[in-house]
Design a protein around this ligand. Structure first.
Ligand code: GDP
Ligand code: MG
Length: 198
């Protein structure tokens, strides 16, 4: 496969429900994480496309599934952030349903990039998501983002703790250090994406 050009990622659509998604074909890799973990910043760093990040931040669209096209068969998916919700319970419930439905029903979903704030790794929702992925035998790659906020020793300890936790899962789960601000770890992230998109 020729190297994917993430800078060419273009916005496809913003879906409030599964019926609005394109046909369930090709390969999708979805980005998921707690609000404020830096999911939009990661996508921005990966694609160097500010328009893309802007879409992800458009109020009203943050609760949608946002799709970006890499080529005719490959798509990046920005899933609604979870937690931290200053929104009415019914709105929250609705988007958790959409998120759950996407994760359960989307056959072309090849892997999940789970973005965590390295200072607050493995939240309850992160753990729930990881156990769900293991029962569905879906691959997960964890980004310990905002590594620029911590010193080397703390980073390494956190990485060890997370690696210990994920070592018990039967499905492929991997973990890496990342900083969307500094661009740390982009190469490793691309290599992971390349495996799934291959
Ligand atoms: N220091 C630092 N800040 C970051 C990093 N990634 C994101 N942020 C900041 O964290 C906040 C939330 O980022 P955003 O991408 O909007 O998070 P999202 O809600 O998960 O999409 C923003 O103020 C970002 O500038 C990082 O790697 N390092
Ligand atoms: Mg965002």
């Amino acid at each position: 496969m020729t190297k994917l050009d993430y800078q060419k990622a273009t916005f496809l659509l913003s879906a409030a429900k599964l019926s609005q998604l394109p046909p369930d074909m090709g390969v999708e890799v979805a980005f998921v994480g707690r609000s404020n973990a830096g999911k939009s910043s990661v996508l921005n760093q990966l694609t160097h496309n500010t328009k893309l990040a802007r879409v992800s931040k458009t109020p009203g669209r943050t609760q949608h599934i946002n799709l970006f096209v890499l080529d005719s068969t490959r798509r990046l998916v920005d899933l609604p952030g979870y937690g931290y919700a200053k929104v009415p319970p019914e709105v929250k419930e609705n988007w958790q349903k959409t998120l759950g439905a996407y994760l359960h029903e989307r056959d072309c979903l090849k892997g999940l990039i789970l973005v965590m704030d390295i200072r607050h790794p493995l939240t309850e929702f992160d753990r729930n998501l990881l156990s769900w992925a293991s029962t569905s035998n879906l691959a997960v790659h964890i980004l310990l983002n905002k590594a620029d906020k911590l010193n080397y020793g703390v980073i390494k300890n956190t990485e060890r703790e997370v690696n210990e936790f994920i070592s018990t899962f039967p499905n492929p789960v991997s973990c890496q250090i990342f900083s969307a601000m500094k661009g740390t770890g982009v190469k490793e992230l691309r290599e992971q994406l390349e495996t799934w998109f291959a």
